[in-house]
Design a protein around this ligand. Structure first.
Ligand code: ADP
Length: 170
């Protein structure tokens, strides 16, 4: 279920953040859908990448994951997933190139341990889910990465196996 999924991701990132002396906060809306239809592995990889970068590049302050329910009806919800950090920020001329494979911004010291592939893969995954990753950042003012997904709502209750199914087995 969506809230549990987000809490698991948050627990992983909170540990990493606290190891660096950073705070981590998760903000969920009161009207977060209990269940949505989504490729869980894709969403997990993208969120862990964006949150992992936020922790990796920040030396102080906090990393936040916001989920907003932008609009919903009986069938689907449009959710915005937003990762904010209080890291060094990204120079304006590099805001798009960081999405290129092997592209790394900033000073050499910050590059170790990275492949420069994370954002490129994350953008591809979000595109496969029908959207795109956007970024807002200013040098010295942290970074915001976000994407919006319109997702069909799932069944809150796991359906019990239908009796008809058993008669299909011969
Ligand atoms: P990697 O983290 O392996 O270097 P990514 O593709 O995930 O590769 O990121 C590419 C580059 O974008 C990083 O090397 C860094 O320069 C910049 N970047 C990504 N996220 C952030 C962030 N939250 N704050 C500052 N710079 C970032």
């Amino acid at each position: 279920k969506l809230p549990a999924f987000l809490h698991v991701i948050s627990d992983i990132i909170r540990v990493k953040a606290e190891q660096k002396g950073l705070a981590f906060r998760l903000y969920l809306p009161a009207n977060l859908p209990a269940s949505v239809m989504i490729d869980e592995r894709r969403l997990r990889q993208v969120l862990l990448n964006l949150l992992g970068n936020a922790v990796k590049f920040s030396d102080r302050g906090e990393v936040c994951l916001y989920v907003h329910n932008l609009k919903h009806n009986d069938a689907e919800a449009t959710l915005r997933f937003e990762v904010q950090d209080t890291g060094p920020g990204i120079p304006a001329d590099q805001l798009q190139t960081i999405f290129n494979p092997f592209e790394q911004a900033g000073d050499m010291q910050r590059r170790h341990g990275g492949s420069g592939l994370g954002l490129s893969i994350s953008r591809q995954l979000v595109k496969l889910m029908g959207s795109d990753i956007l970024v807002y950042s200013r040098l010295g003012a942290g970074s915001h990465f976000w994407f919006e997904l319109t997702l069909p709502l799932g069944d809150e209750l796991t359906p019990s196996p239908s009796p008809a199914k058993t008669s299909d087995l011969h």
